[in-house]
Ligand binder design. Structure first.
Ligand code: ZN
Length: 279
């Protein structure tokens, strides 16, 4: 049987606002409702940022706690992945929610340029975030904006800073970072298999109109797929996505096209080494 595909829904992000697409969930109740619909559509990881009431990004642990509790209550089994990304806070504030002990958290292990700024991930901060994740039993998802980030994850794994086989996400199409390039993508896949083994799970995300391109490449190549309004607010050039679930549906259709079963939450948890009995 082909490997079931884990669909991750990145529901909110730090950047898109209701002015970009009114379906972007901002309040905790909107986020929980949007996650629930995406879970019903087939997503088994929810990746989340939180916002202040004025829609600006926040790293407030209390807001993360409300969201995590709501998702665990309304979407039992779904993997909760909280963002430690750098747009919502600075320095160790980025990891202030890790004591909540979510199933997963994103971890950027190196720096690169973003559209209008440097995305700074200094080595001491990366090491601290990884140590907090070890302390609280959280599986990191390595955000690879560059080839060097995959090698950094391998070095951290070897040093015991990342305990499980690293779960790497290739992020392509962020302006000034790695573009959407098929040969690079294939080399990323090859590199993950060489460093972490043929069976090591990996996933990919594309920004904007490239979301569906990376979904197609990842699903047809045995990887896992990320979708959601964080990365892309449109179905096509002229049509706003009506919901996170609508974007999940596109990934589900690609799974059907390529004969990949959509992973259940039990399968997703088993593949990622997360607890499979949910209290
Ligand atoms: Zn994010």
């Amino acid at each position: 049987m082909p490997t079931p595909c884990i669909i991750c829904v990145a529901i909110t992000g730090s950047l898109p606002t209701k002015a970009d697409n009114p379906a972007v969930p901002v309040t905790a109740s909107e986020q929980i409702e949007s996650t629930h619909a995406a879970f019903e559509a087939g997503a088994t990881i929810m990746h989340a940022h939180v916002r202040n009431d004025d829609e600006t990004p926040s790293s407030d642990p209390d807001r993360f706690a409300r969201l995590k509790d709501g998702v665990e209550k309304h979407c039992p089994g779904m993997i909760v992945q909280l963002s430690t990304g750098g747009r919502s806070g600075a320095g160790r504030a980025r990891g202030g929610m890790l004591p909540l002990g979510p199933d997963m958290a994103s971890l950027s292990v190196g720096s690169n340029n973003f559209p209008t700024r440097v995305y700074e991930n200094p080595p001491d901060l990366v090491a601290w975030l990884a140590s907090e994740m070890r302390t609280y039993g959280i599986k990191p998802e390595i955000e690879a904006f560059d080839l060097s980030h995959i090698f950094r994850a391998a070095a951290m794994h070897k040093a015991g800073e990342i305990t499980d086989t690293p779960y790497v996400q290739f992020v392509m199409g962020v302006k000034n970072a790695m573009p959407v390039d098929r040969e690079v993508f294939d080399f990323y896949v090859h590199t993950v298999k060489r460093l972490f083994g043929n069976d090591a799970p990996w996933c990919a995300a594309g920004i904007g109109a490239n979301q569906i391109v990376l979904n197609d490449w990842a699903i047809s190549s045995g990887g896992h797929a990320r979708t959601g309004l964080e990365d892309n607010v449109r179905l096509d050039r002229d049509t706003l996505a009506p919901s996170n679930a609508a974007l999940v549906n596109r990934a589900v259709e690609l799974c059907e096209k390529y004969d990949r079963p959509v992973a259940t939450w039990q399968q997703a948890r088993a593949m990622l080494g997360r607890r499979t009995i949910v209290a």
